[in-house]
Design a protein around this ligand. Structure first.
Ligand SMILES: NC(=O)c1ccc[n+]([C@@H]2O[C@H](COP(=O)([O-])OP(=O)(O)OC[C@H]3O[C@@H](n4cnc5c(N)ncnc54)[C@H](OP(=O)(O)O)[C@@H]3O)[C@@H](O)[C@H]2O)c1
Length: 279
């Protein structure tokens, strides 16, 4: 069977974390399978952004995709989230660090702009600090300079988002969070996103919810729709308005995950899945 092409603009992202020296080969496989949205970060500790760039160059050469077909997303990561392999001068001002990290990302990815630039996580888990205000201002400058089309934030709470909004700054186009079924699939953050026309990107949809995906209630839905558990979860995410991420390292799972475009869940099954954790 030919691979299922992802619709454009992509509603499903291929995540590149934790792949180390396999990054390039796996990203190439993901592009061949049909993924058109790629999520990475200039954080060598967990991502090999240069490997993503190698895969893109190989895919362009082979005629698999062009740059215009793709949605490329990368991230700025504060010093505490990094190891010694830094994409910026740690002694420089945050504004300079953002500019240096972006320049390094563009070099890694072999492009003059990314589609989305994400703050990997706020400086504090407890609110939007002055550090975040400075970084967000610098990220907006990157956007105005044309080096990114959109901006995003990741690992945020409703409080972070409310405090960011209270600064009067332009809000992100994307919020990327770990999505726990036990928190109503991040209900409060998704509600904020819905109210402010922000696209919610969900990661760890499978790994953060293992217990709930082993319940009889979930098994009944899977057997009713005749799809795999992963397809049901990603399809559910799509139907409630999320942009899900998968970082599978298995080409068969890549194809399986893209199979979520070939079916639909009933409104009743979506309702049951929303409440699968009783949250
Ligand atoms: N913003 C952040 O702070 C942050 C944090 C974490 C992740 N992310 C992003 O999200 C991406 C995805 O990460 P994730 O946490 O969701 O986990 P993931 O890397 O997608 O891992 C999924 C796990 O489930 C397994 N699996 C089994 N069947 C699968 C199937 N059909 N489809 C997919 N996986 C299947 C995978 O094994 P196989 O490999 O064998 O399929 C893998 O062990 C990352 O690569 C990264 O881009 C962002």
């Amino acid at each position: 069977m030919p691979p299922t092409p992802a619709p454009s603009p992509p509603t499903f992202l291929y995540g590149t974390a934790w792949k180390e020296e396999r990054t390039s080969a796996l990203v190439e496989l993901a592009l061949q399978a049909g993924f058109r949205g790629i999520d990475t970060a200039n954080q060598r500790r967990h991502y090999f952004e240069g490997g993503v760039g190698q895969a893109l160059a190989a895919a362009y050469r082979a005629g698999v995709v062009t740059r215009a077909d793709l949605f490329l997303q990368t991230k700025f990561t504060y010093r505490p989230g990094q190891d010694h392999r830094l994409p910026y001068d740690p002694d420089a001002e945050l504004t300079t660090q953002v500019a240096q990290s972006m320049a390094s990302s563009l070099e890694h990815l072999g492009t003059d702009h990314v589609d989305s630039y994400v703050l990997h996580g706020p400086a504090s888990g407890y609110g939007w600090t002055d550090y975040d205000v400075e970084v967000w201002t610098a990220m907006l400058a990157e956007q105005r300079a044309g080096r990114t089309r959109f901006l995003g934030v990741s690992n945020v709470s409703p409080l972070h988002l409310r405090q960011l909004a209270a600064t009067g700054a332009v809000l992100p186009a994307f919020v990327q969070n770990r999505c726990f079924a036990r928190r109503g699939w991040d209900r409060d953050v998704r509600a904020f996103c819905h109210d402010h026309s922000i696209v919610y990107q969900g990661f760890s949809l499978l790994t953060a919810n293992i217990a709930h995906l082993r319940t009889p209630a979930f098994a009944r839905i899977v057997s009713r729709v005749g799809r795999t558990p992963a397809q049901v979860v990603f399809r559910f995410a799509l139907q409630v308005g999320m942009q899900p991420l998968t970082g599978t390292t298995d080409p068969a799972h890549m194809r399986e995950d893209l199979g979520m475009y070939d079916f639909e869940l009933s409104a009743e099954d979506v309702r049951l899945l929303e409440g699968i954790a009783g949250a």
